[in-house]
Design a protein around this ligand. Structure first.
Ligand SMILES: Cc1cc2nc3c(=O)[nH]c(=O)nc-3n(C[C@H](O)[C@H](O)[C@H](O)COP(=O)(O)OP(=O)(O)OC[C@H]3O[C@@H](n4cnc5c(N)ncnc54)[C@H](O)[C@@H]3O)c2cc1C
Length: 556
């Protein structure tokens, strides 16, 4: 196979929420910039948004809420593990962002006095601002393409190219043909999302995940191998969502007066949904399945909920509930724990970045779920997509381009050819993925303990051996799946390593160690950071102080 070469000023890896906003912003600032986007799927519908979305979860509306209050609120939700400047910056830019989206035609409902519809999603302040936009992904991807960004669809970013310590582009692989695409670039923004395919969902379907299943931690692994730090990897997030469908609805139903009940009809939450720990506790005590009840609400509120659920975010819910015979006026909605995921958007797992989206590797920026700005959601992806673009444009104008090192390309090429040889290989890549993710469920996620976390390390070694010699790869598609599974394994190893280090329990079910059951602020009110040493298996672990609003603490 011939390699394909592309030249860019700015390469963006991942054309989801953060990637589209980054491309648009870079071209707003410098219309003649050559911006290339490697997108694993098709940019029109790829990523967490897929089609539309029902809210910007964080907007600090002037004269109503403030960025300061947001920082207070997010600090509570994250049990204190937050660097304040980045969260503050996101909240500060959130209202201008809303206005920009509105000017693009994105609909944010307002009442007759012109106030935006806000709901309580955080412990303090009504930051969640309703949005009704079934075409959000089409709108933002079109903006980027109309300005001149080149989307290279179905190309999965695999390795960053380095020139000395700085980034010089990336190598991608076409997910159907296995062709390598080499992009030499002056700066790179990682926007490849989190690790949605981590443990197996309850349904057993590999792709039946809450988050976009194309996000397999590729960004985490690329950044780690390039020398950036990862943090929060011990935080493996699990939600409680619609049984068998894993689709979101808590923020839509509970914030509008829905009730969350256990089997004794005790109300666990009503009117808000920030206390996920109480749900986990009820479930683990055997008081599940938990259910959402809407039947007590006024008919027009139920209609509003149906309208949002069935049109905006995951319209397939209408067919799903009809198929199961669930009418919200009569029947409750049964919930079940989802799979665990690593994510810097809903969770806290990601690349260490500062408020400028810098990773510490010159020329490399990260935005969205791949970066750790805790629970930044869609607002964070959009805001930091823009921030990363602003910084990248500046970097490009201030620095000469890096050099392309063909030796780095050859290493990837040789391995690709080795993996594509079928002789003596008989394990199907799907079987490998199923087993890897089942064992992540057994050994890496809560309840955790030293024994289990060390057992994962043994299994990871074995899986890596199987990948090299026994897994059968018959075409480009299976090859890309194998790379994805490799990244899932690496993310699990990084998560297990961080979990071993954090000798306490924190964040409810996201990091519960049975051998260290208490939260220990004395020793662990800090970040656990992972960096690559001599080679990918040499994981160097350290702790980093939290950065307060005054900016005290270490940067990326
Ligand atoms: C079901 C659901 C509902 C949500 N609802 C809300 C909400 O109502 N309000 C809110 O504020 N937030 C919400 N969020 C969170 C929000 O959508 C995400 O935080 C945000 O979209 C993340 O943006 P991102 O660009 O980081 O990731 P994504 O939008 O997922 O984009 C990542 C992109 O990278 C691509 N990719 C992955 N790996 C590679 C690779 N190796 N090479 C090239 N491309 C790659 C993927 O194909 C994808 O297009 C929701 C999330 C989900 C999953």
């Amino acid at each position: 196979m011939e390699n394909r070469y592309v030249k860019a000023d700015l390469l963006i890896i991942g054309g989801g929420s953060a990637g589209c906003l980054a491309a648009n912003r870079a071209l707003e600032l410098q219309p003649d910039l050559k911006v290339v986007i490697f997108e694993k799927g098709d940019i029109k519908y790829s990523g967490s948004i897929a089609r539309g979305m029902d809210a910007l979860n964080i907007v600090a509306i002037p004269d109503f809420t403030t960025p300061e209050l947001y920082v207070e609120s997010i600090t509570l939700s994250c049990s204190g593990i937050v660097d304040a400047p980045a969260s503050y910056e996101m909240a500060r830019r959130s209202f201008p962002l809303l206005k920009k989206l509105e000017s693009w035609g994105v609909y944010f409902p307002q009442d007759e006095k012109g106030s935006y519809r806000t709901l309580q999603y955080h412990p303090k302040g009504e930051f969640l601002t309703a949005m009704e936009e079934p075409n959000l992904k089409v709108i933002i991807s079109r903006k980027a393409l109309e300005k001149g960004a080149l989307a290279v669809n179905r190309v999965m970013g695999l390795n960053l190219l380095l020139d000395g310590g700085r980034v010089a582009g990336a190598i991608g692989v076409h997910v159907r043909t296995g062709e390598l695409v080499i992009c030499q670039a002056k700066a790179v923004i990682l926007a490849a999302g989190g690790t949605a395919r981590f443990s197996l969902p309850n349904s057993g379907y590999l792709y039946g995940t809450f988050d976009y299943p194309g996000n397999t931690g590729d960004g985490y692994v690329m950044a780690y191998k390039a020398g950036a730090g990862l943090t929060g990897m011990e935080y493996a997030r699990r939600a409680m969502l619609i049984k068998d469908a894993n689709m979101p609805l808590l923020a839509i139903t509970l914030t509008r007066g829905g009730r969350l009940l256990d089997i004794f009809d005790h109300i666990i939450m009503e009117g808000q949904c920030h206390d996920l720990t109480s749900m986990e506790q009820a479930f683990s005590e055997g008081r599940g399945p938990l259910r959402i009840r809407l039947s007590h609400l006024q008919p027009e509120v139920i209609e509003e909920i149906e309208h949002i659920l069935f049109t905006t975010e995951r319209p397939v819910q209408e067919r799903f509930f009809r198929g199961r015979g669930v009418d919200f006026r009569i029947r409750d909605i049964e919930l079940w724990p989802t799979e665990c995921q690593l994510c810097g958007g809903h969770g806290m797992a990601g690349i260490v970045v500062n408020e400028k989206a810098e990773t510490g590797v010159p020329g490399l920026y990260a935005a969205g779920d791949v970066a750790c700005v805790p629970k930044q959601h869609l607002t964070g992806a959009f805001v930091f997509g823009e921030v990363a673009a602003e910084q990248a444009v500046k970097f490009i104008s201030d620095h000469p381009p890096g050099r392309l090192d063909q030796e780095q390309v050859k290493v990837v090429e040789d391995r690709r050819c080795r993996l594509l040889s079928t002789t003596g290989r008989d394990i199907h890549v799907r079987e490998l993925e199923d087993k890897v993710r089942r064992l992540i469920g057994d050994y890496v996620i809560s309840p955790k303990n030293e024994y289990k976390l060390l057992r994962w390390a043994e299994w990871a070694e074995r899986f890596k051996g199987e990948m090299e010699d026994q897994v059968m790869v018959r075409n480009g598609h299976e090859l890309s799946k194998l790379y994805e599974v490799e990244h899932i394994i690496q993310c699990a190893t990084l998560s297990a390593r961080a979990s071993l280090e954090r000798k306490e329990s924190r964040w409810g079910g996201a990091h519960r160690r049975t051998d260290y059951p208490e939260m220990d602020d004395q020793n662990w009110l800090c970040h656990v950071v992972l960096r690559q040493g001599e080679h990918p298996d040499d994981i160097r672990v350290s702790t980093k102080p939290l950065i307060s609003m005054g900016g005290k603490g270490a940067g990326p």
